[in-house]
Design a protein around this ligand. Structure first.
Ligand code: NDP
Length: 493
């Protein structure tokens, strides 16, 4: 099988040392593709190209409407290739095709959003005490940006990083996860077709600990943007200290889904499932802790278990499939390990709790939707991000207790509340120490709205105007309207 190359400085190239890596379909662990597997030398080459492209090339100097035209063109090309991109995403990541289609449409929307935003007013003018001085603030690109993305939303995360970065005039180097590089490769074919100048956007393939680390540590890279696990986020932040890089981190979560007794029962039930089982639970904002009003637990939990057991687990390409496989055998083992740990600590499953190996699923990484009750706050399954289809239930009696349980985590990415009392809902949302919150819904994400976490869920925000901000420097300019001698040094000057 011929290997798929990376895209450096406008050219498709193999890894410098010729290394390649196999990419598998998580639904059956069969070989999907072979791709270039870059090393530190390739990372250095990409950084050098990006540095030159930023310091001497046309992209940062180009007027915003012209830069926007490239992004609009790219969005149109994504739409034109949407079916193929979605199918490839499902093959490589495992997620059901309907979710992949949503991601592709959202990715195109993200490029359009930032193409529009960059042509809107930026900066400030202001009046200072000195009447001779006119003050203003202009926004400028940060420079060379390393962008490291995970495997759970391969195309969408590429869009979240590239769209604001490129719109702002930065030269971006995208490093996808090793296990899911395929839609990024297709995206860069479209970037090449759209005609972006060489070095404006590059695709660097290779392992995180080598090429990712090189991006994070390089003195030539001005900003690093990362989405992934908190442990890796910490390494990236440490590596970035050398030249005091700008850092944005979108990390993990253990997000609460709080259901009050006065919530619409059926709506809350479906969303409690959607919160954790969409995307196989491999979602940073997954509602992995159901914080449930004790008053309705006896009715809610059996219904939840019954409905969750009926979720159709299968190959994402099968139109009947509602939940796909986990990303790799190793990740599946990690999730199964958490399930064992939960049982070992005395929690009980009311649904799932095992691998699914029926028929054709035997060769894939399938885990049944799993729900744990009789949990205690100190349990590993309650405290740690599992990143799989595993829900832990915690019961509360008062609003204060619900808030306390919800905030009892090192994370602070997201949280949802279900209640028919809007005052109570807003009260509780305002007390959640989390960056993304929902009332009577869970998961909706908008290109217009800032995304990111409190506490150990990250630093900074993506999307919305905040997301563009993270790719812009801020410069004050002071203009003397009436230059005259200062007289500071008397007659000496
Ligand atoms: P990582 O966070 O390690 O991987 C995310 C990205 O970082 C990948 O591109 C990876 O490259 C890269 N990377 C890995 N190590 C380094 C490094 N030292 N320097 C720079 N880049 C690096 O995710 P894992 O796949 O290891 O998953 C571990 C856990 O992280 C999951 O179980 C889950 O809990 C959490 N996670 C959270 C995500 C989120 O959206 N918040 C997404 C993915 C995982 P490569 O693939 O080549 O290793």
């Amino acid at each position: 099988m011929k290997s798929l190359p990376m895209f450096l400085n406008g050219e498709w190239i193999e890894a410098g040392d010729g290394a390649t890596r196999e990419v598998f379909n998580p639904a059956n662990n069969q070989l999907l593709a072979v791709v270039a597997d870059g090393g530190e030398r390739d990372a250095e080459a990409a950084i050098g190209h990006a540095r030159r492209a930023f310091d001497e090339g046309p992209w940062p100097q180009m007027r915003a409407p012209e830069r926007a035209s490239y992004l609009f063109k790219l969005a149109d090309l994504i739409d034109k290739n949407a079916d193929a991109l979605a199918e490839l995403e499902t093959r490589n990541n495992g997620k059901p095709l309907r979710e992949a289609k949503y991601d592709v449409a959202d990715a195109a929307g993200c490029f359009r959003y930032y193409a529009g935003l960059i042509t809107k007013p930026l900066g400030q003018t202001y009046e200072v005490g000195d009447p001779a001085i006119q003050g203003m603030v202009v926004r400028e690109p940060v420079g060379v940006c390393g962008q490291i993305i995970p495997w759970n939303y391969p195309l969408l995360m590429a869009a979240w990083k590239l769209a604001p970065g490129l719109a702002a005039g930065n030269c971006c180097i995208l490093k996808p996860a090793e296990v899911t590089p395929l839609t990024a490769i297709e995206l860069f074919k479209l970037i090449a077709e759209a005609g972006f100048p060489p070095g404006a956007a590059q695709l660097l393939l290779g392992p995180g600990p080598t090429v990712g680390q090189a991006l994070a540590a390089s003195m030539q890279v001005d900003k690093i943007a990362f989405t992934g696990g908190t442990v890796t986020g910490r390494k990236i932040m440490t590596a970035a200290t050398g030249n005091i890089k700008k850092v944005t981190l979108e990390l993990g979560g253990k997000s609460p889904c709080i259901v009050f007794a006065d919530a619409d029962f059926d709506v809350a039930l479906e969303y409690a499932m959607f919160a954790i089982f969409a995307g196989q639970g491999e979602v940073c904002s997954a509602g992995s802790r159901l914080i449930l009003d004790k008053k309705i637990a006896d009715k809610f939990l059996p219904r939840l278990a019954e409905a969750s057991a009926k979720i159709v687990v299968g190959d994402g390409l099968d139109p009947m499939t509602e939940m796909g496989p986990l990303i790799t055998p190793a990740h599946m083992e990690k999730v199964l390990g958490y399930i064992e740990a939960g049982r070992g600590e005395g929690a009980e499953t009311i649904c799932g709790g095992h691998r699914v190996t029926d028929g054709a699923l035997a060769g894939g990484n399938f885990v049944a939707p799993t729900i744990f009750v009789r949990t205690r706050p100190e349990m590993k399954i309650v405290r740690e991000e599992i990143f799989g289809p595993v829900l832990v239930v915690q019961l509360f009696e008062t609003e204060e207790e619900a808030v306390r349980l919800a905030n009892d985590t090192i994370y602070g990415l997201a949280g949802g509340v279900f209640t028919s009392d809007l005052g109570k809902g807003l009260r509780v949302l305002k007390k959640l120490r989390a960056g993304v919150t929902w009332l009577n819904t869970f998961h909706p994400t908008f290109n217009e709205a800032p995304w990111g976490g409190y506490k150990q869920s990250g630093i900074g925000r993506e999307l919305g105007t905040f997301g563009l901000d993270a790719y812009l420097e801020t410069k004050q300019i002071n203009i003397n309207l009436s230059p005259a001698k200062l007289g500071w040094f008397g007659s000496a000057a």
